[in-house]
Design a binder for this molecule. Structure first.
Ligand SMILES: Nc1ncnc2c1ncn2[C@@H]1O[C@H](COP(=O)(O)OP(=O)(O)OP(=O)(O)O)[C@@H](O)[C@H]1O
Length: 449
């Protein structure tokens, strides 16, 4: 076999997504080839291709039909389908059509490539010398925040144990990110890290997703399928938004945590698992226990080690290095040089309150870098993309944040209005009941010009 033959086929008609996936695939050690349609994919596929990342919504022959045609040529090729948001029904269709797995858009690139690796590894024939890249990146646990220092100390200790971990924190604080770091610091680092988002699927589908099913377990189950616990094998399984685990599935998860065994749906063979469980929640699980929607015994089984991830506004010291990290990641994904921020741009990011935490900061940087004409990001680039909350939320959001100074409240109110009015200074002045001259003064005071 030619070592340079492509081993991953990417099929997406959106040129930007296609380019992004190809770059990320290269970064993850794959040799990708890309197609923009089902027909092109059928043309390009050969025996070296181990897996196909296939967009469902292709023009002409759609993703579901394409799976069938690819399998006519290469019955063993592994297909991972990319589906639209909340598209559980289509996801079932994709699985029935022969996809090994699927991912709902939008997704993290890291998550896609974790899934591709896990799928290929789990379907490897013993004789096959697979090219699954075993790339283990070193976790970076550097921080200037005293709270994060303490947390990272706990993380290192927790990683060396095998206990179940519960990560709690607001949405976007980095629970998934931390779960992956724990996995990479643990002895399981070379094994798979498998993520399951509990609210993403309806109950029946979530049950087969977690525990797998036997052939004939339900209409359409034409083949047996291993679930995520089996795929995680001796790696780590990350259960995101565990507070949304349907009540009917809670006893089954409790059994897995207690006895480390379960049945596939429709199966009668006990399956053992040694996967480590990390769960995460952004709701107060204890109040769900009190409300009777979450089992108390399961809560205590999950909550053996609880790690609380603080919101970004409570660890602002870390903002500069998180920015640097995110910019480097964006640059690597786009295969470009990284960016530097002007003093005012950095100050602007530093001052913001980040109600959406690191995810919001990441979105702002993604957009600012996409629109920036050079490798320098100015305050204007930032202000242009800072998300403006809806007018209905605006006042509530500012006033509900405890501990804000008058200066910070003024800044938030000003920026939100300025963005909402499309950076129109006259409109901003009218809405805020101030003169246009004051708008210029406020821009100066808050580092926006
Ligand atoms: N310390 C960090 N450095 C760089 N990037 C980070 C850091 N923490 C989080 N991120 C990035 O921020 C984004 C949001 O993080 P993540 O998905 O882990 O949050 P979450 O708490 O799991 O969110 P949710 O509760 O909504 O599932 C991700 O893209 C992640 O890679």
């Amino acid at each position: 076999m030619n070592p340079n033959s492509p081993n991953l086929l990417i099929v997406d008609d959106d040129e930007t997504i296609q380019r992004l996936l190809v770059m990320a695939a290269n970064d993850h050690g794959w040799k990708p080839v890309a197609a923009s349609s089902g027909l092109e994919a059928i043309d390009l596929i050969d025996e070296h291709v181990e897996a196909v990342v296939l967009d469902l919504g292709l023009p002409g022959m759609n993703g579901i039909e394409t799976i069938g045609r690819l399998h006519e040529k290469f019955p063993n090729v592994l297909v991972i389908m990319l589906t639209g948001t909340n598209d559980a029904e289509t996801a079932v269709q994709a699985l029935k059509a022969g996809a090994c797995d699927y991912l709902t858009k939008p997704f993290e690139l890291q998550r896609l490539f974790d899934l591709v690796c896990a799928t290929v590894r789990n379907n490897q024939r013993p004789d096959k010398n697979s090219s699954v890249p075993k790339k283990i990146s070193k976790p970076s646990l550097q921080t200037s925040s005293p709270r994060m220092k303490q947390l990272f100390h706990q993380i290192k200790k927790a990683a060396s144990l095998d206990s179940t971990i519960l990560l709690t924190g607001e949405s976007g604080t980095g629970k998934t990110y931390i779960a992956r770091q724990i996995h990479m610091l643990s002895e399981r680092a070379s094994e798979d890290f498998i993520t399951v988002s509990c609210p993403a699927l309806p109950r029946e589908l979530l049950e087969t997703e977690l525990f797998g099913h036997e052939k004939g377990a339900f209409t359409g189950a034409s083949t047996a399928r291993a679930g995520r616990f089996e795929q995680a094998s001796s790696g780590t399984i990350f259960l995101d938004e565990i507070g949304d685990l349907p009540q009917e599935l809670q006893p089954k998860l409790l059994n897995v945590l207690q006895d480390r065994e379960f049945f596939r749906v429709g199966g009668n063979k006990l399956i053992k698992t040694s996967a480590r469980v990390i769960a995460a929640t952004n709701v107060d699980l204890h109040s769900r226990v009190n409300a009777g929607t979450f089992r108390e015994d399961l809560y205590y089984r999950l909550n053996i080690i609880e790690l609380v991830i603080p919101p970004l506004r409570e660890r602002k010291e870390d903002i500069p290095q998180i920015i640097e990290h995110i910019l480097a990641r964006i640059a690597a994904n786009r295969n470009t040089e990284t960016w530097t921020l002007t003093k005012n741009a950095a100050a602007s990011l530093q001052k913001s309150n980040w109600p959406g935490n690191v995810r919001q900061l990441e979105n702002v940087l993604e957009r600012a870098t996409a629109f920036s004409e050079s490798n320098i990001i100015e305050a204007e680039d930032i202000i242009g993309v800072l998300e403006a909350p809806s007018p209905a939320n605006q006042g509530r959001q500012i006033l509900s944040e405890p501990g804000l100074t008058l200066h910070e409240i003024e800044r938030e109110a000003f920026i939100q209005t300025y963005i909402r009015t499309g950076k129109n200074k006259a409109k901003t002045a009218r809405e805020l009941g101030i003169s246009e001259r004051s708008v210029y003064n406020l821009m100066g005071r808050h580092g926006l010009k």
